[in-house]
Design a protein around this ligand. Structure first.
Ligand code: HEC
Length: 141
């Protein structure tokens, strides 16, 4: 076997791996709209910004005494303050902070933790769709 054929065989091996990596990177690069669409598909109904806003500011009377807005303020286009670690939190609204709502795994994990603290259970796909729809609808000041 000559050197050239060996290296082209190597390429044949690596090509699918490279392609896989490429599609993984693409899947990672979600947008707020595509994350909303995933929750809407799971819920089988569109997200409602009005319901999302209501959930965000509702006191579910949990032990910790927090609403979502305790840490994020009632206006997601503004910076919040972590009530636990007492650190500032960058705005949640993608219009004010383009880094937000672009990583579906991170968004879902965060919502599960926050809903457990604030609502006392995991949020449903419909509630997550409502929250996404609202955060996306918020305009910067
Ligand atoms: C005790 C404070 C606190 C409460 C209460 C809280 N959050 Fe958060 N939230 C945080 C912190 C801290 C982060 C992560 C820091 C960061 O990403 O800047 C975060 C991150 C997020 C993100 C991540 C967005 C992204 O793409 O990066 C979302 C969405 C979110 N919170 C929504 C909510 C919702 C909805 C509720 C209510 C059910 C809630 N939060 C309640 C502190 C809080």
């Amino acid at each position: 076997m000559t050197r050239t054929t060996r290296s082209s065989r190597m390429l044949v091996w690596w090509l699918p791996l490279l392609l896989l990596q490429g599609s993984a990177t693409l899947a990672w690069a979600d947008t707020p709209a595509s994350i909303l669409a995933k929750y809407e598909k799971l819920a089988g109904a569109p997200g409602s910004p009005e319901r999302g806003k209501k959930l965000f500011t509702t006191d579910f009377k949990q032990v910790l005494g927090w609403t979502c807005s305790s840490c994020h303020t009632e206006d997601p286009s503004r910076r919040g303050q972590d009530q636990l670690k007492e650190k500032p939190i960058e705005p949640l609204a993608p219009s004010a902070n383009p880094k937000r709502l672009t990583n579906p795994v991170h968004v879902d994990a965060t919502l599960n933790v926050n809903c457990a603290d604030v609502v006392g259970r995991k949020c449903t796909a419909q509630e997550k769709a409502d929250l996404m729809a609202w955060l996306i609808s918020v305009k910067p000041r």
